[in-house]
Design a protein. Structure first.
Length: 611
């Protein structure tokens, strides 16, 4: 535990000064340190006593101009702007604590105003001088490192870009540089070059889907989820420095840290591998479902059962006859691709088509994908051919053997049982009414808000998307409506009860409203991360209400994404008026629950001790 004293003074006024002091106090205490703060605004609002300064191990000066520092003689001082103290508080405290004991026998460390002092919002360039009597010796700042990264999530919309931004901010906090390639719904953006990969200290893969790692051989490679990167990008960047080298080796050191990281990576793969493979399949399947579902909906403009040869019939052939026929094969093929890379695609696609023809539905697609992937991987790794024939493995041996094994297993072993399960589930869901429909909607709705893009959310979403291939559209409607509710409800709460939200949260509410109507549940993440004990219950309650009402009203949805914008397409949503009512009701419940929880369970305020 380190004893810290801090002085804050902002040219922007007393509020900014107090915010910096409060941010430093809360963060330092949360990190297990003792801290006493002094907030200055014209006159000193709170003052440090001589005893506080004497007992302190380090001093943090968070000011936008020069302040009197003679009283800190003999103490290490870390100086930043007030904006930096507010926005990157944890980094500031860590950097200050790092000065303690750094030069125990060389006297005082002091910082002086400098023409290149940071502007508000910039990272500090602190000039620390060691007073040794006759000579002032500068302390070298940690060397800046360069990293590269890739982010990818199943839908390729929100988490992909949020994780990329979090990694950039995390690297910036640590004084490093990073370039992040986003593999989103529109393909790869900001692509990494060979030169950038070659000079990178390490590679960071923050992805929930399969990412091709072949170009990173010989580089330190750290794999994690988008959620981990969003939660703390700086920690991810730090962990990447000790990551094992891709393709074997340990970065040249064979260190104990590398061995520990390798073991952790293996355990992580064993725990999260199947989930990641499934999400990879879903991410490639989504565009097929979106295109097919919306084209089918457009065909209804020309009648529910268009005559043969009409334009409506042509649209139905494109959406239903072609696109929807590919749903299960694509799901299966890219699950196998995630497991075995390219050798898994052919047996996965063929197995998926066979599963669809056998009436096994999306469950059969999932099963055939995993079978094809693991069989192809086994053949690739275990079947050895003479060197002259090794080139035949990817084009002949693996596709032939894997497809045969998967096909025979589906026809003679799994086909009947899975078809029976799928038919039973379809019949049950089609007949859901009253209480049963309400309960299913409650469960699916609550799952969408529990972790806002995490495993539980994706499980509900994948379930609903998979049922589209079996012409079951009600769960999809409940899931999308429930996913829109959290950001919309929180946006409404920031509007009707401004006193419960600070200025930054009010601005975030405006953004959340746009994300909410677009069915991007992640718009609620900043609120939930800052106040999970009150925000999450409110969001779960609102989403559960929306999901339940959607199911009870009999609403259906033929497109797995698009938010409020798909409502304009005729027949894309059945009972569109009641669907809007369900979304509005859940939004209202979320907003009211948030405001009430904040009112009756306010955060405990930290007392400011005045001199």
């Amino acid at each position: 535990m380190t004893k810290i004293v801090a002085v804050t003074a902002s040219t922007a006024g007393e509020a900014h000064t107090q915010m910096a002091a409060e941010a430093l106090k809360r963060t330092a205490q949360a990190m297990g340190h003792e801290i006493v703060t002094e907030a200055q605004s014209g006159a000193v609002v709170t003052a440090l006593s001589p005893n506080d300064i004497q007992q302190a191990d380090v001093v943090i000066v968070g000011t936008d101009g020069a302040v009197e520092r003679d009283r800190f003689a003999g103490k290490p001082i870390y100086a930043v702007s007030t904006s930096e103290a507010i926005r990157n508080t944890e980094m500031v405290v860590q950097s200050a604590v790092a000065l303690v004991g750094q030069i125990p026998s060389l006297g005082a460390i002091r910082t002086t105003p400098h023409p290149h002092d940071p502007l508000p919002g910039e990272l500090p360039t602190v000039e620390r001088e060691v007073e040794t009597g006759a000579v002032a010796t500068p302390i070298a700042a940690p060397a800046s490192k360069f990293f590269v990264g890739i982010t990818s999530c199943p839908t390729g919309i929100a988490h992909t870009f949020m994780a990329a931004e979090a990694l950039k901010q995390g690297a910036l906090k640590l004084g490093h540089d990073i370039k992040v390639e986003t593999q989103g719904s529109v393909g790869s953006q900001n692509a990494l070059t060979d030169d950038e990969i070659a000079r990178a200290e390490a590679v960071i893969i923050a992805a929930d889907t399969h990412v091709d790692l072949s170009r990173f051989g010989g580089k330190r490679l750290y794999e994690t989820s988008t959620k981990a990167a969003i939660h703390n990008g700086a920690n991810v960047v730090t962990a990447a420095m000790d990551a094992p080298v891709a393709g074997g080796g340990s970065g040249g050191s064979g260190s104990y840290v590398d061995e520990v990281n390798r073991a952790k990576a293996e355990r992580s793969e064993s725990r999260s591998g199947p989930y990641k493979h499934l999400l990879t399949g879903v991410s490639y399947m989504l565009p097929v479902i979106v295109a097919g579902g919306l084209i089918i909906a457009l065909s209804f403009v020309f009648g529910i059962d268009p005559a043969e040869g009409t334009f409506g019939d042509a649209l139905m052939q494109i959406g239903g006859g072609a696109a929807f026929s590919l749903i299960v094969p694509v799901l299966s093929g890219f699950i196998a691709f995630s497991i075995a890379d390219r050798p898994g695609i052919a047996p996965g696609l063929i197995g998926g088509m066979l599963a669809a023809n056998l009436g096994m539905g999306f469950l059969g697609g999932i099963l055939s994908g995993f079978l094809a992937g693991y069989v192809a991987k086994f053949v690739r790794d275990k079947v050895n051919l003479p060197a002259n024939f090794e080139g035949l493995k990817p084009v002949l041996v693996i596709p032939l053997l894997a497809t045969l094994v998967v096909g025979l297993l589906l026809v003679y072993v799994f086909g009947g049982p899975v078809r029976f399960i799928m038919e039973g589930m379809t019949t049950y869901l089609q007949g859901l009414t009253g209480t049963n429909a309400l309960l299913l909607g409650l469960i699916l709705g609550a799952m969408m808000a529990v972790d806002m893009g995490g495993p539980v959310n994706k499980a509900a979403y994948t379930f609903a998307v998979g049922l589209l291939a079996s012409n079951l559209y009600a769960p999809m409607a409940a899931v999308m409506a429930a996913g829109m509710t959290p950001p919309l409800g929180l946006a409404l709460a920031t509007f009707v009860s401004k006193k419960h939200f600070n200025q930054a949260e009010q601005e975030a509410g405006k953004v959340a409203s746009v994300l909410g109507i677009s069915f991007i549940t992640e718009g609620a993440i900043p609120f939930a991360a800052n106040d999970p004990l009150r925000i999450l219950p409110a969001c779960v309650a609102g989403s559960a209400v929306t999901g339940a009402l959607s199911m009870v009203f009999g609403c259906t949805l033929r497109a797995p994404h698009g938010g409020i914008f798909v409502l304009a397409i005729p027949n894309a949503v059945e009972h569109v008026g009641l669907y809007i009512v369900a979304i509005a009701a859940g939004t209202l419940v979320t907003a009211l629950a948030t405001v009430q929880l904040k009112h009756f369970f306010p955060r405990k305020k930290v007392a400011v001790v005045e001199a």
